[in-house]
Design a protein around this ligand. Sequence first.
Ligand code: ADP
Ligand code: MG
Ligand code: MG
Length: 251
Amino acid sequence: RILLEVRDLSAIVAESRQEILRGVNLIINEGEVHAIMGKNGSGKSTFAKVLVGHPDYEVTGGTVSFKGEDLLNMEPEMRSHAGVFMSFQSPVEIPGVSNMDFLLMACNARREKRGEPALSPIEFFGFLSPKLVAVNMNPKFLDRNVNEGFSGGEKKRNEILQLAVLEAELAILDEIDSGLDVDALQDVAKAVNGLLTPHKSLLMITHYQRLLDYIKPSYVHIMEAGAIVRTGSFSLAKQLEKEGYRSVSVA
Ligand code: ADP
Ligand code: MG
Ligand code: MG
């Protein structure tokens, strides 16, 4: 079943009118893991941000459907409630708000949109416990303020916990490997892998092949100058690692 279908998506920077995305095409089915790779400045983050409705960009052409619905017509918040999750390159700290309260609030906001009754804090803890195990997160992090004083790897894993709580069908992870040493990267990858089910799909954005050694994609796409110019299997990422971006460029 098709989860996300992107057709000829074009977008500009709203302020400068600079064209960034030039006809992106992508289909993600339920349960698939996709990776988008590409040189710095090729438009990967812009693509992710346009999918979640970031206000810096304006769509100038094309269509995006998510679970058969017109994603581009939805407000950013609605996209999240519909089941699209995006992790940010630098997660924000929220002083004075505990991780537990934040997660409970996010969880109940999505439940409300789906017409489900809110969970009490005790019910929520029951819902959360197996997810803490899945993402290998120590429960003591629940009492800490959101991301305050977390290490880079802990912040990334906390994002994965948010993803687990929201039970998003499509997770877009933009450079979750950035700034992590190998041990932290393995922890984050383990957390992501612990969440993958036949019904969840993943779009990983990364400059480096390294991440894909730990989270195996079913498809690897190369983005260049605002479009996906090649699609292949994991071996395409391996080729990139050996021969560099020039070897896969169409320019
Ligand atoms: P990548 O994630 O592949 O490194 P980006 O999507 O971040 O690439 O950026 C693609 C191009 O668009 C870059 O040239 C970048 O400077 C430009 N760009 C992206 N967002 C903005 C913005 N908000 N304002 C101005 N230029 C932008
Ligand atoms: Mg970049
Ligand atoms: Mg980027």
